[in-house]
Design a protein around this ligand. Structure first.
Ligand code: F0G
Length: 350
């Protein structure tokens, strides 16, 4: 049917909900799986983009948040809290508003994109800018959730993972089976954990005959999993994944190793190149962190690490409008003209 009720209703039998659970939804999920002809041409593979920026608040976080806020409400919570590089806070603020819950968010001062800040504020969250990085914010939020009556909705909350695993279900439902390779950006490592759980469940229960190799990509200046050590001062232009001590570190390693996959680093330069390529050729506008999946795919392909003919899905995690600064700074300054067709034609080279 053309009506999409949101992912909890769509995958109810695979999620920890009961008939009396008060579902909080903005009809997230059912995001486009778009063929990527230019990436397919460059890699000799069959590449698809899972466009998670099409979710209600513009990122994949809505998948986890519909579950986390639903369960918080069911358990009688009055307030929720999260640490965030921006997208989690935007999503938590929206779903908390929908549920009538109070929402507090802790973000690294000066290090979250303007659009995300706007979302948290417009949905009525209480926002604290912390003089530290995301890892400091998460430690603080975790402590507050232990000491005070407030529920933590970061991806250490298993309900977040349960919601986010539905992206794998959707991909298999559309393609008819799991792809050979799945690429995604890695920050706090909740999403790679969730996709891997979803693929495994579908392979165990029948809808898929196999699982993909999981390829995760961290920004080079914030690549603790690749380096095998905490990064005390993570730095990258991809602020969404500016994380030095991921909460789901060991689960990301398990996803990598159990799937026969890889977790590699991509430079900011490669991230921005992929960001522009996606916008100009595939016409998909993502935020910089999202382009890490595509930067990584191209990097592995160029190094000869990808056989031709494979089916590849890249998750692009967030909408480009959240962080428009990079779109504007990379483009020529607009030209101003009088109200005059000859002037316009001259500028346009017509
Ligand atoms: N892409 C985007 C756009 C993100 O916002 C995040 C994480 C990731 C990728 C990485 O996903 O953490 O599950 O490995 N953003 C979190 C936040 C940290 O607070 O919004 P992950």
């Amino acid at each position: 049917s053309p009506y999409w009720p949101g992912l909890i209703e769509a995958y109810r039998h695979r999620l920890p909900v009961s008939p009396s659970t008060p579902v909080v939804t903005l009809q997230e999920g059912a995001t486009p799986l778009v063929p990527a002809p230019e990436l397919s041409r460059r890699t000799g593979c069959d590449v698809w983009l899972k466009v998670e920026g099409a979710n209600p608040t513009g990122s994949f976080k809505d998948r986890g948040m519909t579950m986390a806020i639903t369960k918080a409400l069911e358990e009688g919570a009055k307030a929720v809290i999260c640490a965030s590089t921006g997208n989690t806070s935007a999503s938590a603020a929206a779903y908390a508003a929908r549920a009538g819950l109070t929402c507090a968010v802790l973000v690294p001062q000066g290090k979250i994109a303007t659009g995300k800040l706007a979302q948290a504020l417009v949905h009525g969250a209480t926002l604290l800018q912390v003089q530290g990085n995301f890892d400091d914010c998460l430690a603080l939020a975790s402590k507050l959730a232990i000491d005070y009556p407030v529920s933590l909705v970061n991806s250490v909350n298993q309900y977040r993972i349960e919601g986010q695993k539905t992206a794998s279900f959707e991909i298999v439902d559309v393609l008819g089976d799991a792809p050979d390779v799945h690429c995604l950006p890695v920050g706090n490592a909740g999403n790679i954990t969730a996709y891997w759980q979803g693929y495994r469940e579908y392979a165990a229960d029948g809808p898929a005959t196999r699982t993909p190799r999981m390829w995760g990509f961290q920004a080079a200046g914030a690549a603790p999993i690749v380096r095998g050590a905490v990064v005390e001062r993570p730095e990258t232009i991809a602020t969404a994944i500016r994380i030095g001590n991921p909460a789901s570190w060991t689960k990301a390693l398990a996803a990598r190793d159990e799937s026969g996959g890889r977790i590699d680093a991509v430079t900011d330069r490669a991230i921005l190149a992929a960001y522009r390529l996606l916008a100009r050729t595939e016409a998909v506008f993502v935020e910089p962190a999202s382009a890490a999946s595509v930067a990584g795919l191209l990097q592995v392909a160029e190094a000869g690490g990808l056989e031709r003919g494979q089916r590849v899905v890249c998750t692009v995690t967030g909408n480009g409008l959240k962080d428009p600064e990079w779109a504007i700074s990379g483009a020529p300054a607009p030209v101003t003209i009088p109200v005059d067709s000859a002037a316009a034609a001259a500028q346009l080279g017509l």
